[in-house]
Design a protein around this ligand. Structure first.
Ligand code: 6PG
Length: 290
């Protein structure tokens, strides 16, 4: 089937190739003219036959909002917009309502797979109306992994991005657990070959996973991770997961600790621990480091 794809970066660019390899007719737009099939959104819309399906794969937030608003002015009744970026789930319901009077349908899709998705396929979590999901199913089938899993119609508008948000909260927690286990192994007086231990867990073990495979890969490239700083950014999903845990009064210790640990990773020194050291000195006369 025919699809317009906006945003041909690390994710979108590979998705275009995977869709084309499956025989779909993809017209891509990107601000980088070297990657783009068309000069602008108007030309993209012109090249697609109605009812059009257009998938946005641009950074969450204002860029996605502006792209969808511009598209809404160009599209016609019956057309479908799919947001496959990591938008916050609270954007989706209002967005779908804004598009409805124009007869434009909307789906939100959480997409996981990173730069490996071209080869392995992408896990897809979709929010929106059943008949619109069904109409787009050939696109989802081409993007998802070949096996029986990797796709869910999670619920109404927002459910796709909600599912992806929770996925990413789990991703933070799992990475943190591997990271902490790795650090304890490194600190141990007993274990000489930490990369070998990580490798041994890749098969047969209870903690084998794709993330563990990737940690092993990183250690193959740089056995002591000497070329990296322990500094970790975040793009929002972990924070939103913890916000939801608080709103719903769900205890989410691991997920909360892992986002806070990322914040800590960005500090050269800790004002909180300075205050703790100062207080301990004040009440007990304990030594501090200067
Ligand atoms: O499932 C995935 O493919 C990843 O989760 C992907 O979506 C992206 O790499 C994260 O959004 C990074 O998230 P942070 O920047 O918050 O770590």
């Amino acid at each position: 089937m025919q699809l317009g794809l906006i945003g041909l970066g690390r994710m979108g660019g590979n998705m275009r190739e995977r869709l084309r390899a499956a025989g779909h007719d993809v017209v891509g737009f990107d601000h980088n003219a070297d990657k783009s099939d068309v000069a602008n959104l108007a030309e993209l819309v012109e090249k697609l036959a109605a009812p059009r399906v257009i998938w946005t794969m641009v950074p969450a937030g204002q860029i996605t909002e502006d792209t969808i608003n511009e598209l809404a002015g160009l599209l016609s009744e019956g057309d479908i917009i799919i947001d496959g970026g990591n938008s916050k789930f609270t954007d989706d319901g209002p967005r779908a309502e804004r598009l409805k009077p124009k007869g434009i349908h909307y789906l939100d899709v959480g997409v996981s797979g990173g730069i490996w998705g071209f080869t392995n396929g992408y896990a897809l979590m979709v929010g929106g109306d059943e008949e619109i999901v069904a109409h787009c199913q050939p696109i989802f089938d081409a993007l998802k992994p070949a096996g029986q899993f990797g796709f869910a119609h999670a619920g109404k508008h927002g459910a796709g991005h909600y599912a992806k948000m929770i996925h990413n909260g789990i991703e933070y927690g799992m990475m943190q657990a591997y990271g902490e286990g790795y650090e304890i192994l490194l600190a141990s007086e007993l274990v000489d070959n930490v990369p070998a231990v990580i490798k041994s867990w890749r098969e047969g073990s209870v903690v084998k996973s794709w993330l563990l495979d990737l940690l092993d890969r990183a250690l193959d490239e740089d056995p002591t991770l000497a070329n990296l700083k322990g500094y970790v950014e975040d793009t929002g999903e972990g924070r939103w997961t913890v916000d939801e845990a608080i709103r719903l009064a769900v205890p989410a210790h691991v997920l909360a600790a892992s986002i806070f640990t990322r914040f800590e990773s960005r500090q050269a020194d800790s004002p909180a621990m300075k205050a703790v050291a100062a207080l301990r000195q004040q009440f007990g006369g304990h030594a501090v480091k200067r």
